[in-house]
Design a protein around this ligand. Sequence first.
Ligand code: PMP
Length: 392
Amino acid sequence: MQASTRITNILGGGSDGWDVFNKAREMIAAGTPVTELSIGEHDIRTAAPILQDMHRAAMAGHTGYASIPGVPALRDAVATRVQEQSGVATTRDNVLITPGGQSALYAAHFAVCDPGDTALYIDPFYATYPGTLRGVSAHPVAVQAHAQDAFQPRAEDIAAKAQGAKSLLVNSPNNPTGVVYTRATMEGIAQVCRDHDLWLVSDEVYDTQIWEGEHLSPRALPGMAERTLVVGSMSKSHAMTGSRIGWIVGPPEMIEGMINLATHTTYGVPGYIQDAALFALELGPTFEAEIAEPFRRRREIAHKVLSRQNAVSMVPADGAMYLMLDVRSTGMSGEDFAYALLEAHHIAVMPGESFGQAAGGHLRVAMTIEDSRFEQSLQTLCGFAESLIAKQ
Ligand code: PMP
């Protein structure tokens, strides 16, 4: 018996980019301690009061099928939050609650692309993007952002591939680069979408992790609310990765369509998780800032460590929990450097190449370990780069 080509093609035949990560996991399993700067997950767990509320909700009987679009109070809370942040009028009819941002990305593309449609995305990209696009039988086409532009995508590069395309997927603050798109970048993106009649899928799951500048949702730009689907999640903002809760915000008729999709796929999100999510949102911005604080601190540490040497440079990390380090001065690819670092110093980072060709010769470092170990590991990484340059 044969599986469908749709499912066998999800990975697109190439490596899934996790080879260095898997090697590190093998070393750990064999008893070698490895410092992991590879995972995009907080080093804290979900806060106890949120878990207590989840328990309370479950004990109160919210364990049956829950409302598929999302319980009204949570849809309202998401709408209020999005409206306050973006200034765009938003009601519960604009909101679908999803089991995390990943399923929201899938649903959004399922909703905007027919089989064979070209779906654009920006390279460097979050590892699941091309597979998500192939998963809905779209044809993924990458638009490269460039290291010399600090990975801000150029509108003309997007326009050059937009003819006949159906959608564009963008992500700011960005995983893997840590870059926050400027207003000019977002305006350029919006212009291309209007000119070429593209849907815009805006992945904003890192919107609470802004270290410099401001988060601008492209849905707020002129003529964009009717063609934008915003993907949100509580994974990063509230350290709730395992609870699988997120949302899509978009035009009501698109939300209606995606409710039908949810009815035939996920059948919604557990009620006790939705209740806890509402409780967590009501903790407000102070709580969100507390969750983001360790990354803000570690970014400062990184600036300090990197300022003492010239071997490694950093792409301006204005948001998200990652640093993109440029190791091209060593003459090595990101992948070769990452393997060599793992071998020599038992430090695991992600090669830039795992996130597309545009990030070749770079490393993605997740700021997800305790401050002093983080500082020590970065020092070791820089020292290793210096030793490689000295050998050239
Ligand atoms: N988008 C980006 C850019 C991400 O980095 C992630 C998770 N690492 C997601 C979406 C999906 O997150 P989740 O499904 O946990 O909400």
